[in-house]
Design a protein around this ligand. Structure first.
Ligand SMILES: [Zn+2]
Length: 397
């Protein structure tokens, strides 16, 4: 993903926000249908049914008709992809898009290639119904088939071209690495290296907590509340930027340093992998108390980051990423192969009951993943996902 900051004029900003609103409306409409769908009713309405409904909705509502059909259709396609990613196990279920929080829309196809270079520093993209929007082309603009325009909660607009990065050559010596998605750390390599995805620093986290407490005390609709919200959004955007950066650097390094990269196959439900925590109704969510809460929180952040890291690896090292069944990788001794749940002494310590081998639990699991040793014995079905929140949809803006 190649992302650039865009600088829309005031009128363009309003037009962009309008497009965001349309995309959000279509997305939430699709989500509402999907979440209310019951198994007995047969297959859930897919993109084609929804696309027909879009035509009807556009006929009925002038405000929707005034917008770009491409943008609205694309929102439905994006939603369909999100549902597919969810069922394939790599992503969390699609969630409601909120105004001011998840603002964005996608342009795909011929319309996405209307980009011109203005000067050494500036370029512009022709956005349907908005016009030429200027952006800083700090790097070469890739020849992309689609782009996504987003506004982060801090109010910064970006254009991200979905260009698949060029493959990176491996070292060519056949060296294999296993990567385990850790609980305590971001990722552990079979080489013993522990990788930590940068998060907010301790003072930044303190500040975030403080701001969140302050927000709770703010009067609804007050200017103070808006200011506090913007400050929170800025911190969150900073954390997200750091995570993205880490994913890019880490995937490049792994693709360059190793010939085969083995990762856990996320399509396999990982009930057996969770040490000493009760699986809650939603996968990836944990009881929030004490240290476990922190691990759960990190993990929550990482579930999305992990999917991105694997996707990036597959782009940069095509054909060199192998997915391994992760069942029992955390309980099996990487030295003697004995498998017992007691082997995993705590979140971070692995001690084999058979041979006494002791190591970092995540590294031990990474070695098992590198060996592709994971045995599949018992597979549990994923828990049903409940979408409790009611959508707040109105038929007018
Ligand atoms: Zn052992």
């Amino acid at each position: 993903m190649s992302r650039f900051r865009i600088y829309p004029t005031i009128e363009q900003r309003l037009a962009l926000l309008e497009q965001c609103k349309h995309a959000r409306y279509m997305w939430n409409l699709a989500l509402e249908q999907w979440s209310m769908w019951k198994r007995e009713k047969g297959p859930a309405p897919g993109y084609h049914v929804q696309s027909r409904q879009l035509t009807e909705a556009r006929a009925a509502f002038a405000w929707l008709r005034a917008g770009s059909q491409t943008v609205q259709q694309q929102a439905l396609r994006d939603f369909e992809l999100a549902v597919r990613s969810f069922y394939s196990g790599t992503h969390a279920p699609p969630s409601w898009r909120k105004a001011g929080r998840n603002e964005g829309f996608r342009i795909v196809g011929r319309q996405a290639s209307r980009v011109v270079k203005l000067s050494g520093k500036w370029a512009a993209a022709l956005v349907p119904k908005v016009g030429w929007v200027r952006f800083r082309s700090s790097r070469t603009v890739p020849d992309a088939k689609s782009y996504r325009i987003t506004c982060d909660p801090a109010g910064r607009w970006h254009i991200a071209f979905a260009a698949i990065p060029l493959p990176i050559a491996g070292p060519g010596n056949g060296v294999v690495v296993g990567v385990d998605r850790g609980v305590a750390v971001s990722a552990a390599l079979s080489t013993g290296e522990l990788l930590a995805c940068p998060q907010l620093s301790e003072p930044e986290q303190q500040r975030l907590k403080c701001l969140q407490r302050r927000l709770a005390r703010c009067r609804a609709g007050s200017n103070r509340r808006l200011r506090v919200k913007a400050a929170i959004a800025k911190l969150r955007a900073r954390a997200r930027d750091r995570r993205r950066d880490w994913i890019e650097k880490t995937s490049t390094r792994l693709a360059r340093d190793y010939d085969v990269i083995r990762v856990e196959d996320l399509r396999v439900p990982q009930m057996t992998r969770r040490p000493r925590s009760k699986p809650a109704a939603v996968p990836g969510r944990y009881a929030r108390n004490g240290r476990r809460a922190k691990a759960g929180l990190n993990r929550g952040i990482l579930t999305s980051g992990w999917g991105q890291l694997v996707a990036r690896l597959e782009h940069k090292a095509p054909g060199r990423v192998e997915k391994v069944d992760p069942a029992y990788t955390s309980q099996t001794c990487s030295l003697c192969g004995s498998c017992a749940s007691e082997n995993r002494e705590s979140q971070s310590i692995f001690r084999c009951r058979a041979c006494g081998h002791e190591s970092n639990a995540d590294v031990n699991a990474a070695i098992n993943i590198a060996a592709g040793r994971a045995v599949s014995a018992r597979r549990e079905t994923p828990p049903r996902v409940s979408l409790k929140r009611e959508p707040q949809l109105t038929t007018s803006p």
